[in-house]
Design a protein around this ligand. Structure first.
Ligand code: PXL
Length: 271
């Protein structure tokens, strides 16, 4: 019998097209060599052209999934994706407290607000809950620049703004903030900026001119989580996540008539 790999819980929404959300998380977690578990928050109706609707899972059922896996299987690290509503965020915060996620167990909060096609995945009135309930519990928050604007009001137009945004996010309570630079279109590189209130770390990477980037944020946060689950420190885990997402964007494939997913399949042996 083999020993179980590290165990990672994703608290996220389902993407019926398999490109983003918990499907992207499970794929990345598997490719990163850890056991993935899910607390489903919402079911989206989605294909490569976008999200046409979603239904929320009752908050008590979201919380029960977290407690069920943590109390039996155990969680070495956890992440959040689409959380949909303030009520779900509050239930997630309470369940995480109950099982020590965010205290002794590393907790990555990816503040998913909208799909890449612009459909809203988080209610307007849930932003406050995200800031007050989840940010102070987070080991790491990983917003893109659209999410930075919604959460902090800072419009990032250059690297200096990225530094200001990292400070503003860190002041909201997470141990670390990662301001992803992928949406800074004027920058020839994609520089992700990590800050812990003391030191800044820049993680530069190439900017690929590719259309198929669905699920890139989910894949990055999952890859980071897989290393936190192994006990790595945050800068080491983010360095791994960055190299993982660069290779996954390079391996993205077309799907349907719209936007295809980034792919962690490069990490697995070819058949
Ligand atoms: O990639 C962000 C994301 C997360 N979760 C779900 C999504 C999306 C983007 O579309 O649909 C369920």
């Amino acid at each position: 019998m083999t020993v179980a790999p590290p165990k990672v819980l994703t608290i996220a929404g389902s993407d019926s097209g398999g490109g983003a959300g918990l499907q992207a998380d499970l794929r990345a977690l598997f490719a990163c060599g850890v056991h993935g578990m899910t607390a489903v928050t919402a079911v989206t109706v989605q294909n490569s052209l976008g999200v046409t609707g979603f239904t929320e899972i009752p908050p008590d059922v979201v919380a029960a999934q977290i407690v069920a896996v943590a109390s039996d299987i155990g969680v070495d690290a956890a992440k959040t994706g689409m959380l949909a509503s303030a009520a779900i965020i509050e239930a997630v915060a309470a369940a995480c407290d109950e099982v020590h996620i965010g205290r002794t167990i590393p907790f990555v909060v990816d503040p998913v607000a909208a799909s890449m096609h612009g459909q809203q995945l988080l209610a307007d009135d849930a932003l406050d809950a995200l800031r007050t309930e989840l940010f102070p519990r987070a080991t790491l928050v990983t917003p893109n620049l659209d999410e930075v604007r919604l959460i902090t009001g800072i419009e990032v137009a250059d690297r200096r703004d990225q530094y200001r945004a990292a400070e503003a996010l860190h002041a909201m309570g997470p141990a670390w903030a990662l301001v992803k630079g992928g949406h800074l279109w004027s920058d020839p590189e994609c520089v992700d900026l990590l800050y812990d209130g003391d030191r800044f770390h820049e993680f530069p990477g190439p900017r690929y001119d590719v259309k198929h980037t669905h699920g890139s944020g989910d894949t990055l946060a999952s890859a980071i989580c897989s290393r936190l689950a192994r006990g790595e420190d945050v800068p080491t885990a983010v360095a791994y996540g960055k190299s993982f997402i660069v290779r996954s964007v390079a391996a993205a494939y077309p799907l349907g008539a719209g936007v295809g997913p980034v792919s962690p399949l490069w990490r697995l042996p070819a058949e």
